[in-house]
Design a protein around this ligand. Structure first.
Ligand code: MG
Length: 293
């Protein structure tokens, strides 16, 4: 099942079940009597209400509404760096990685950083250019995990029981800030640096290991990978993060980008105003954003 956050022309925002093939939606409030919550509340109550989410009739046309970011978490998104071998190699070779030990390419342990929730924008919303603070704007197509049942000390074996669903993130990065400031936060967390969506595919009917992740810039294919190529897989990431940090319903873990980012090219292909970044994940859909003037 796919779940979206939608805004109608009257400015009302609500959660809805989506059928991407027929491009239609059903407001959750019409399927669960009395439900007026947002996606965070739907995720929290999921086990109680999911049986009631049975779309009736043809639904409403998606083209008449705006698809917003599916979920804005209550705290920073957990993100993972250098989590595909070939990307770790291109990042190392680029000279932009000031975080690695001498000679190290793939990390020994997961590299975890965060992005503030204020970075989030929806599909088709413009990515701010931030021309006064960066000349080196880059994209990173990523597969993202939405936590359902929270917990601390979650084992790898139990990890998928804590996953609510999956979505797509563009981990936008200012390479100069990432390099110059060593800690990645500034380069990763500028306003608007987290396009996310278009919706969440729930975990119950999603083949996560074989999901494909692809990214185009202005129609040119730049990145293509399968989720099972992750160096640290989803259960390992959940076990690592939750070891000492209690994960909560609605937390988002962004799992890392494959080879083919802008700094992987010689010379680097940084994003400019007007460039369009499109990311597709099989079984979810497409996240598309243009860089603003
Ligand atoms: Mg990334």
């Amino acid at each position: 099942m796919k779940l979206a956050t939608i805004q109608n022309p009257a400015g009302q925002t609500f959660v809805a079940v989506v059928n991407a093939e027929t491009e239609s939606y059903w407001p959750v409030s019409e399927l669960i009597s009395g439900f007026e919550g947002d996606m965070n509340q739907l995720v929290s109550q999921w086990d109680k209400v999911k049986g009631d989410l049975v779309p009736q009739g043809e639904g409403y046309p998606l083209e008449a509404v705006a698809v917003k970011a599916p979920l804005v978490p209550k705290r920073n998104l957990f993100c993972v760096g250098k989590n595909y071998h070939e990307h770790a190699a291109e990042f190392s070779k680029s000279g932009f990685d000031h975080s690695a030990k001498d000679g190290e390419i793939a990390p020994e342990f997961p590299v975890v950083f965060t992005k503030a929730p204020e970075t989030i924008i929806a599909t088709h919303e413009p990515i701010p250019r931030h021309a006064k603070v960066t000349d080196q704007l880059d994209y990173e197509a990523e597969f993202a995990v939405v936590i359902g049942k929270g917990g601390r000390g979650i084992s790898k074996a139990d990890a998928y029981n804590h996953v609510f669903g999956y979505t797509i993130v563009n981990d936008m990065t200012a390479r100069d800030l990432q390099k110059n400031h060593r800690q990645w936060f500034l380069g990763k967390s500028l306003d608007g640096f987290c396009p996310i969506g278009p919706w969440i595919a729930t975990a119950d009917d999603f083949d996560v290991e074989n999901a494909t992740l692809q990214c185009w810039v202005n129609g040119e294919l730049r990145q293509s990978a399968v989720v099972n190529q992750l160096i640290f897989d989803i259960p390992t990431l959940i076990e690592t993060i939750s070891a000492g940090i209690e994960l909560k319903a609605g937390d988002i873990i962004v799992t890392g980008t494959p080879v083919g980012v802008g700094i992987g090219f010689t010379p680097p292909k940084f994003l400019q105003s007007g460039d369009v970044v499109r990311i597709e994940v099989s079984g979810i859909g497409a996240l598309e954003n243009e860089v603003a003037e």
